[in-house]
Design a protein around this ligand. Sequence first.
Ligand code: SF4
Length: 184
Amino acid sequence: MENTGFSPLCEKIIEKGAFKAAVIKTDDVETDASFRTLCEQNVCGSYGRNWMCPPDAGEINELIGVLHSYEYILVYQSVGTLEDSFDIEGMAEAAINHHKLMYEVKKTADCEKFRRVLYLGAGGCRLCEKCARITNEPCRNPERAIPSLEAYGVNVSQLAKAAGMKYINGQNTVTYFGAVLFDL
Ligand code: SF4
């Protein structure tokens, strides 16, 4: 259930371009270690090719433990509009816009001076044009790199529901999620 005590923060995130934002308790987040199997199938092409994705992001049960060690999670979503369901360019543009939003959210949440904070995004980190993992070099920007919700075993469709959001926002749209875990 949404914690309305954080409404001013959520409003700021919406002003930055999010479609919706809400804070819930991490106790209400469903995680599942078996999601790692989906990552291993490498449909997105990032498995073993991005420092913030599996297997390099960390062992699934450890990451689930880290997630649940936080008290709150700010969930936000962005919605991109597509010309039709084959609009690959529109999807790419929506992904870029969501990536920009993730760093705007980070800037905003950093100002809150939370005791502990962890940022999670949609898919692998896209900060560099080509992740250094591909050439087996160290991460170029570990302070700003953002791991994926999937890497932490989050059931994103359940997360949406728990935060009072739709997982899919209608025909010819694409919805991306991001999250900020924090302790006061
Ligand atoms: S900051 Fe660059 S090198 Fe590090 S995880 Fe992100 S894309 Fe890869």
